[in-house]
Design a protein. Structure first.
Length: 280
């Protein structure tokens, strides 16, 4: 029964930011259930770990170097994916950047780059993939938009930062960009539901990504604080999100789930962290 719930054999997922980090973790999870992968990323070459998924799982995997903040590049990439794979069933928008910078001195460069990648890029890729899904829906059902089986699913990657402000990081620009992503979910879910498309977001908590490991070396006290803020006293491992992303992608598991944000944070947002008491 579990195998039937979590299978994506024959389906195609378009992922952004999967050349490394959480995006690579998501790609690994999807490949493990036989999902074909089309990866968009700005890096000239993806991680060898990503390319290894092709042979290890016997799936189709193609890498498209793309600036997701550029509409022409996104359009060209998605059109190529339609030719190469024949269909798009899933879109996961995991590309993201973050810069620790005080709000009062946040630079234009930070604002422009963060919004371009985290919001505009996610919007453009989701829009292009949704149009592809709608076209496929209409080819099967015509103009009819009655209750039909799920045509596709779109997932945005938001953040715990939209739930609680960090006392050890100054990331107002990043947080605003992720809040904007979450703001897309409900209206998109409403607009795309008639075509059988589900739209959700996933908000991870503090995860031990390559970026977090870099912080651990440069600012160990920062990571120590993150650990103290979770109920389990540790940073989450990327592998602990594999089941979550599969749940969101697999129609048999989450076909009734749309328009929502799923927070997976080790309990960090559920309690009031102990504060230092200052005696009067």
């Amino acid at each position: 029964m579990a195998t039937e719930l979590f299978t994506l054999k024959g389906k195609t997922a378009v992922l952004t930011g999967a050349a490394r980090g959480l995006g690579l973790t998501f790609a690994t999870a999807l490949a493990s259930v036989n999902c074909n992968l089309a990866v968009l990323d700005i890096l000239s070459e993806p991680s060898p770990s990503l390319l290894a998924l092709r042979d290890y799982h016997g799936i189709k995997l193609e890498y498209y170097r793309t600036d997701i903040a550029s509409r022409p590049e996104v359009t060209a990439a998605v059109e190529k994916i339609e030719v190469d794979f024949g269909r798009i069933d899933i879109n996961i928008n995991a590309a993201g950047v973050v810069m620790d910078e005080p709000f009062l001195t946040t630079t234009d460069q930070n604002i422009e780059r963060t919004l371009a990648v985290n919001f505009t890029g996610s919007f453009l890729v989701a829009q292009a993939c949704a149009n592809s899904m709608v076209t496929r829906y209409k080819s099967v059902h015509g103009s009819e938009t009655a209750a039909q089986p799920t045509t596709g699913t779109i997932i945005f990657i938001a953040s715990i930062a939209t739930y609680i402000a960090s006392s050890v990081q100054q990331i107002s620009c990043y947080t605003a960009s992720k809040a904007a992503i979450k703001g897309l979910v409900k209206p998109m879910a409403m607009e795309l539901a008639p075509y059988g498309i589900r739209v959700n977001s996933l908000s991870p908590g503090y995860m031990m990504t390559d970026m977090m490991r870099g912080l651990q070396e440069q600012q160990p006290q920062l990571v120590d604080q993150f650990e103290k803020e979770t109920l389990f006293g540790r940073i989450g491992m990327p592998e602990e999100l594999k089941g979550t992303i599969l749940y969101l992608c697999c129609d048999r598991a989450s076909g009734w789930y749309t328009g929502q944000d799923l927070l997976v944070d080790g309990g960090a947002s559920t309690w009031k962290h102990p504060a230092n008491l200052v005696s009067s």
